[in-house]
Design a protein around this ligand. Structure first.
Ligand code: ZN
Length: 266
């Protein structure tokens, strides 16, 4: 088996404590299926990513399910990323068949089946909300990247996500405790993504410098990369190749840092 299929799995001690409590409680079955729904979703993201030669950095097992960390997610071509992003929500379309099968086997009761169907439907809707960093928000982000340079695409995505999040807040569809926690989680991550944009952009540039890309050529004079193109920059009557432009960026950046340090010494 190739090495890329070796996924590192982390199990925090709190998860183990939770499992012991769960087994001892009467809610084992429902907690277990909840865990499986989320884990199946994450697992499909990981399988798609691995098949597309992306690296699954680590899978952490939380009490509510697995969470995967895919290296350089967001830096690959939108086509690849869309496959990985859609793979997760797709599982919620398969789950109803699994529940029906389990009902036939007598593993779950009809009331458990309808509870699971409700949870599954809720998760599908939530994951497809056009709010970053949910899958739906990331899908919109990839579509925006087809038309705009990197920074602008990210900024459009964040602005759109904020508007949608405010709509969601006022629609009162998530007005229970769980809904509040989810909203806070999204809010926190959205603000963090905005704050980290310039750092992540540098990481993206570094990624492009170290990876060959066979995308279609795009000649432009923006001071940024189009993610889904091989960029050529117009400079008067000259054309600057993507790699040269990137090297220039890193050179300018190190010059700026040096200048800053010198200024600080004065
Ligand atoms: Zn997902």
């Amino acid at each position: 088996m190739k090495k890329r299929w070796h996924w590192e799995i982390k199990i925090p001690i709190l998860t183990l404590v939770y499992f012991v409590i769960m087994i001892g409680s009467g809610m084992f079955k429902s907690c277990f299926f909840l865990f499986m729904i989320i884990s199946f979703h994450e697992m499909c993201h990981c399988i798609a990513a691995t098949l597309l030669k992306m690296k699954v950095e680590a899978i952490t097992i939380y009490p509510f399910g697995m969470q995967a960390n895919i290296q350089n997610l967001g830096f690959y071509s939108s086509f690849k990323e869309l496959i990985v992003l859609i793979a997760g929500p797709m599982t919620h379309l398969i789950n109803p068949f699994i529940f029906a099968f389990l009902l036939n086997l007598g593993v779950i009761s009809p009331s458990m089946q309808s509870w699971l169907l409700n949870i599954n439907k809720g998760m599908l809707i939530m994951n497809l909300l056009p709010i970053y960093p949910l899958d739906g928000g990331r899908i919109i982000n990839e579509i925006i990247h087809l038309f705009f340079p990197y920074s602008i695409s990210e900024k459009i995505t964040y602005s759109l996500s904020f508007v949608n999040l405010i709509f969601l807040l006022f629609s009162k569809t998530m007005n229970d405790a769980a809904g509040f926690v989810v909203m806070m989680f999204i809010w926190f991550n959205l603000i963090k993504s905005m704050k980290d944009l310039s750092i992540v952009k540098r990481q993206f540039y570094r990624f492009r410098l170290n990876h060959e890309n066979s995308n279609k050529k795009r000649i432009h004079s923006y001071n940024d990369l189009y993610k889904n193109s091989y960029n050529q920059f117009r400079d008067g009557s000259n054309l600057i190749e993507e790699k040269d432009w990137l090297l220039q960026q890193f050179h300018e950046n190190s010059q700026q840092i040096l200048q800053k340090n010198l200024n600080g010494m004065l």
